[in-house]
Design a protein around this ligand. Sequence first.
Ligand SMILES: CC(C)(COP(=O)(O)OP(=O)(O)OC[C@H]1O[C@@H](n2cnc3c(N)ncnc32)[C@H](O)[C@@H]1OP(=O)(O)O)[C@@H](O)C(=O)NCCC(=O)NCCS
Length: 191
Amino acid sequence: MTALLIRDATLQDAEAMARIQVEGWTRAYASFIPDQLPASYDIGVRQAEWRDRLARPARGTVHLVAAEGDAVLAIASGGPPLRDEAIVEGDTDDYTSQVYGLYVTPGRYGGGNGRRLLGALATRLAGLGHRNLCLWAFERNPFRRFYDRLGGRPLAKAVWEVGGVTVHEMAYGWPDIGALIWACSQEGKTE
Ligand SMILES: CC(C)(COP(=O)(O)OP(=O)(O)OC[C@H]1O[C@@H](n2cnc3c(N)ncnc32)[C@H](O)[C@@H]1OP(=O)(O)O)[C@@H](O)C(=O)NCCC(=O)NCCS
């Protein structure tokens, strides 16, 4: 069995990252986010975005991939809060770091790679001095229970108007980033 390697993403990963992101959108969001944003479900557009992001990384951001040999299985990004949500309840004001995205390739859901990669991302963000972490998830995302499982606390709600529909979002927070790192290390031991 090839070992899982978690490493910083490079420009050569842009295509695989785009593919995994679009697979994630298709699996998790397509039932409630209309296909009206050209970027959302288009691998070519996403690849160009990743090339740009990886070529000129924004200050304090971390882009990781989990790979077995040459095959990228999962991607995760995070950094300073983006603060681009239309918040309607609560706030994330006290939070200094945010997960921007976490996607595992669909054939490998439930294999512990999401947990391992989120733990690695949180560890990197803690190493940059962050003491807490938040993220935004779509309320209708069937996968968001993953974050409940890892101890995320509901912090805030927001709305996103897209293609004529209103998509509801919610923020999860871990006021102690160490608690998330610990939860991510407890494979099969939480209950
Ligand atoms: C959400 C996602 C990143 C989780 O990664 P994963 O590798 O499938 O999850 P893991 O195997 O690491 O699971 C970790 C824990 O979360 C639980 N979990 C995973 N998916 C879950 C779900 N849909 N509902 C409830 N719990 C879930 C697992 O049971 C496991 O807990 P346990 O070990 O105590 O049983 C992955 O399924 C994915 O990419 N989904 C599509 C894209 C997406 O929704 N990304 C998140 C954006 S908000």
